[in-house]
Design a protein around this ligand. Structure first.
Ligand SMILES: [Zn+2]
Length: 234
């Protein structure tokens, strides 16, 4: 399996290690991929971070706004938080926005799968709330966003656009509305107490940048997912 990746958060948060995998890597077992190869992807992640397989936490995402602590049941969960060093939080995406959060002073991290449904349901805010419940201070949290569909590519119908604030929409006459998912998540994080300056916008567009997987570009049958992972260094 091709295991290439881009590091994230290296400058902003030296106490964590985070990465985004490139096209050809997969550890997601519920999108139609071969289970054995997804398990291999998971082992590669564990080995890369120097932890056991049981320290890799990967939810079965359903576009919900449910947040869990690493170690709780992760079925139907779309975000996780932990204060445990050595726990790897993993999010799988292919156009949705993978969000990583860290308060290095408190030693608390979070990872969330922000699709448009989860975003509208407030998943970014809920993740910050759960981090605060175990000692994080929102004003200290630094946020990074992995590759997701950009506003140019994310055309939606008026019924979807209606859920979003004007600042997260790109509208022009005679054209269907477009959603800026990065802006929508960013607005939510600022409303939750993060500083605007502490939020890095999406690192790339998953549709424009073929290093990453995209359901819109590669088709609905795509079983591979881009993995975004974060660990509080041991
Ligand atoms: Zn794009």
């Amino acid at each position: 399996m091709n295991f290439e990746f881009t590091p994230l958060l290296t400058a902003q948060a030296p106490d964590v290690t985070a990465l985004v995998t490139h096209r050809g890597f997969n550890a997601c077992c519920y999108a139609g991929a071969d289970v054995a190869s997804a398990a291999e992807g998971r082992r590669l992640i564990a080995r890369h971070f120097g932890v056991g397989d049981d320290a890799v936490f990967m939810p079965r995402q359903t576009h919900s706004a449910r947040v869990a602590y690493a170690g709780e049941d992760l079925d139907g969960v779309d975000a996780m938080v932990t204060g445990r060093r050595g726990a790897v939080l993993c999010i799988n995406t292919a156009d949705c926005l993978p969000l990583l959060l860290v308060d290095t002073v408190a030693g608390v991290i979070g990872a969330a799968h922000c699709g448009w449904r989860g975003t509208v349901a407030g998943i970014a805010s809920r993740t910050v709330e759960r981090m605060a419940a175990i000692g994080a201070d929102p004003s200290r949290i630094v946020a990074a966003m992995g590759p997701c569909i950009c506003a140019d590519c994310f055309e939606v119908g008026p019924e979807v656009a209606a859920f979003f604030p004007a600042q997260a929409l790109v509208e022009s006459p005679g054209r269907r509305p477009h959603v800026d998912l990065g802006a929508a998540v960013s607005l939510q994080l600022v409303a939750s107490g993060l500083w605007h300056e502490s939020i890095a916008r999406p690192m790339a567009c998953s549709m424009h940048d073929s290093r990453f997987h995209s359901v819109r570009r590669e088709g609905r049958d795509l079983s591979y997912r881009t993995l975004t992972a974060i660990i509080l260094n041991i």
